[in-house]
Design a protein around this ligand. Structure first.
Ligand code: MG
Length: 387
């Protein structure tokens, strides 16, 4: 089916900045008429830049003309995941690279004559998509992060999460595993809605209230995007910051500007080929308070899959403690083996009961032993003739 062009129905602005601390920008973004997105790369030695660039390139390649179905949009993410995963596996300098991705794609899967326009929203990781309607900012996506797990299970509050020392740890990202799970929503075009897609470099520096103020103060999408990047830098700019703002100029009229989001998370089987899809028919209210029972979210485990490159050094999949543990085990095994060999060696060193007269040295050494018996006999044997 031919995609209807969204040209004229959307106004898109985008801005990115390296920030005030870091030397390279590992963020990437898409700001095309039919697809927008933000990717926040992670991994040392510029590998994060490679990962986010691959994600953006794959989205453009598959979805530059929009999505014909939710599945086609998800398939693009799966392809991006595979490309990054294989790149990391085949290049030693890019091992462990990954990226977040949040993206909105214009969906055109209706029957002929159906003028309803909708978006597919995809999310993996802790970059975010917000909706701004009637002066009210609401987050649509749910972070795949360690601190989100803590918030969801009631251990910390959203406010505490913003300054938590482990807030850079993400629990899901493209390129880390051979397969990927994607959170997916489908939303209508509603005239007057504004969407904000951003990396964590914005939300770690600027709270939601200030984001809403900036969004309200700038009617133009591009100036709003730039103003948000500037705000992040004003607050410290400790990370790369990337913002995409999408204004919906045409579409349905919202029945209630202050209505809560009523978006259902779409569950579908991803074409990972190994049954690791999201499942089916098990919708989740995206606006509901997150709970520990949310099936989308994995349990907190000792082994955190990856670390987002951010304020702290990238975290290895095997920590220092694990290394020390295995070194200790190895030392114990080596010590035990050495002890056994030493005991056996000593046993073997005992003089042969048969006086074979190997050398004068042996005769001398056996004389020092405290053991009686045959050793003595050997030592008393006539000294060999040394040629
Ligand atoms: Mg970041």
């Amino acid at each position: 089916m031919k995609n209807r062009s969204a040209a004229g129905a959307l106004s898109i602005g985008a801005a990115t900045d390296v920030g005030r601390v870091r030397t390279g920008n590992e963020d990437a973004f898409i700001a095309e008429p039919m697809v927008v997105g933000v990717a926040d790369g992670m991994g040392g030695h510029q590998a994060g830049e490679v990962a986010s660039a691959i994600a953006v390139q794959k989205m453009l390649e598959h979805l530059g003309g929009g999505a014909t179905s939710v599945q086609s949009a998800e398939a693009a993410v799966v392809d991006a995941n595979t490309a990054i995963f294989n790149g990391a596996r085949n290049n030693a300098g890019q091992r462990g690279m990954g990226t977040t991705l949040t993206a909105m794609i214009v969906l055109a899967d209706g029957a002929e004559g159906d003028t309803t326009r909708r978006f597919v929203l995809l999310n993996v990781g802790d970059s975010r998509t917000y909706r701004f309607r009637g002066g009210r900012l609401r987050r649509v996506t749910v972070d795949h992060s360690y601190v989100q797990e803590l918030v969801s299970t009631g251990h910390i509050t959203e406010v505490e999460a913003r300054s938590h020392p482990r807030r850079n740890i993400v629990t899901r990202a493209l390129g880390i595993e051979a397969t990927i799970r994607v959170d997916t929503w489908v939303m209508p075009f509603v005239k007057g809605d504004r969407y904000l897609l951003c990396s964590d470099g914005l939300v770690d520096e600027v709270d939601d209230a200030e984001i809403a103020e900036v969004m309200a103060a700038h009617r133009d999408a591009q100036s709003a995007a730039q103003a948000l990047v500037d705000a992040a830098n004003t607050h410290g700019g400790r990370d790369n910051v990337t913002v995409v703002v999408v204004d919906v100029l045409d579409g349905d009229v919202a029945s209630d500007d202050t209505a809560d989001l009523d978006l259902d998370l779409v569950w579908s089987d991803l074409p990972n080929g190994d049954g690791t899809g999201n499942g089916s028919g098990d919708g989740i209210d995206a606006d509901a308070e997150p709970t520990a029972a949310t099936p989308d979210r994995g349990p907190i485990t000792e082994e955190i899959p990856i670390t987002q490159s951010g304020l702290s050094a990238p975290r290895k999949r095997f920590g220092f403690g694990t290394l020390v543990f295995w070194f200790g085990i190895a030392a114990i095994i080596i010590g035990a083996v050495t002890l056994v060999l030493a005991v056996r060696h000593n046993a073997d060193s005992d003089p042969d009961p048969v006086p074979t007269t190997t050398s004068t040295t042996v005769a001398t050494s056996t004389s020092t032993t405290t053991r009686p018996s045959t050793t003595v006999a050997a030592s008393t044997a006539p000294a060999p003739t040394v040629p």
